[in-house]
Design a protein around this ligand. Structure first.
Ligand SMILES: *[C@@H]1O[C@H](CO)[C@@H](O)[C@H](O)[C@H]1NC(C)=O
Ligand SMILES: *[C@@H]1O[C@H](CO)[C@@H](O)[C@H](O)[C@H]1NC(C)=O
Length: 139
């Protein structure tokens, strides 16, 4: 009798375990929602912008046409600065919410040029116009 009880308990556990694992795997309901790629339009800097090295500035973008949050594939934004359209970009900020519409960054210590641009990545990406940074005089 005692043996039977113990054996029954063992069997119950043995069979219950796979079921527990199965129910622990969440059904990916959200994958059924239509996903969209959101590439926001940068509103600052513009071609008239002049930044100074060392300054704190805001990069801003239009969120008025943003899709509902649950339809955006990747809400974590990243901004890079590039110049000359070919040079390796430099990371300015990452991990912010793309739906905020702005992120404050420090202007890096760079040489004065007129062809800097910002690239904003959400799940899509978009670039600003070229703008000026007054930086370290080139020697
Ligand atoms: C990128 O931004 C420009 C304006 O700077 C806008 O006209 C264009 O629609 C944007 N691209 C995408 C894919 O949203
Ligand atoms: C950036 O924008 C935020 C929100 O509007 C504001 O609190 C902050 O002072 C701004 N930073 C700069 C450098 O303008």
């Amino acid at each position: 009798m005692k043996f039977t009880t113990a054996f029954t308990t063992f069997l119950t556990c043995a069979f219950a375990t796979p079921a527990l694992f199965a129910s622990a795997t969440p059904v990916a309901e959200h994958e059924l929602v239509k996903r969209v790629v959101y590439s926001p339009h940068i509103t600052s800097p513009t071609h008239r912008t002049i930044w100074q090295s060392g300054q704190s500035v805001n990069i801003t973008w239009d969120t008025s046409d943003a899709p509902p949050p649950d339809q955006i594939t990747n809400r974590y934004g990243k901004v890079e600065i590039r110049w000359d359209h070919t040079a390796t970009p430099f990371l300015l900020a990452s991990g912010f919410d793309i739906l905020n519409g702005w992120v404050q960054v420090g202007v890096p210590l760079v040489e004065t040029r007129y062809d800097y641009s910002i690239v904003l990545y959400g799940d899509g990406n978009n670039a600003s116009a070229d703008f000026e940074i007054d930086g370290i005089p080139s020697s």
